[in-house]
Design a protein around this ligand. Sequence first.
Ligand code: IPD
Ligand code: CA
Ligand code: CA
Length: 280
Amino acid sequence: MTQHTNWDNVYEDAIRWIREAGQEIMASFRTSFNIDTKSNPNDLVTDIDKQTEKFFIEKIKEAYPSHRIMGEEGFGDNIEQLNGVIWFLDPIDGTMNFVHQQTNFAISIGIYEEGVGKLAFIYDVTKDELYHCKKGSGVFLNDEKIKPLKTTNLSESLLAINATWVTENHRIDPRTFSPLLKKIRGTRSYGSAAIELAYVAAGRLDGYVSLRLAPWDFAAGKMLIEEGGGICTTVDNKEIDLLDKNTIFAGTELFHTEVQKEYIQPALDQNYYLRTPSSR
Ligand code: IPD
Ligand code: CA
Ligand code: CA
């Protein structure tokens, strides 16, 4: 049985901790930090990623001992089921930007109960932009409520996509999205999935696609987008599994529906390849 949670208290605490962590991250620019690599030479992690994750885990465990945490750096719990309250935490999303640019990175936290999104936060630290929502209360950017998402024609749309997915790669046939890029107004690539998903929720982008994201990358963004009236699924239009890596395709309702119908489904019908992130 799940214990009763006072979500207003969790909302306030999370915002306070996020702003505090943001200040610590900003202060880290005045010191030097270690940079390591993880799965490959481009998969970076710094002391600051680890410190920030530990900071949140300490706060959460002290205030909400029954809550569990799935954190990218592995200091949280080993989560195999969606029961109870789970915090999906990416302490720094966009570590490569953090290291190379000192901007365009975010703290991303999605809080779910029994697999249902309750609260979501994406904090673009250097811009001091906090995207947040509580289920049923709308999406906010700092103190401003975000207006309902526009219904833009494909020809006037902006899509966030990494160039990898329209060049030779082993996850998606490049012919799936390349015709779409000719149709839409433009593409963007910010190097932080969380910021890109937050931009869809805020109406700054019409869509976002990635072939390789983990639960801590998309848990908050998915909830923000759905709360704002958009759609977030796998690329082949299936429900996202919060316990696994997924392909992600997010957009306003119109963008998502049209692109599925006009571009993705026809590509799948022609047997263009599409591989899940767990497959090699
Ligand atoms: C990465 C960023 C990036 C996305 C990668 C993620 P990280 O997260 O979100 O935009 O393309 O797939 O792993 O490693 O910087 O937290
Ligand atoms: Ca990430
Ligand atoms: Ca990260």
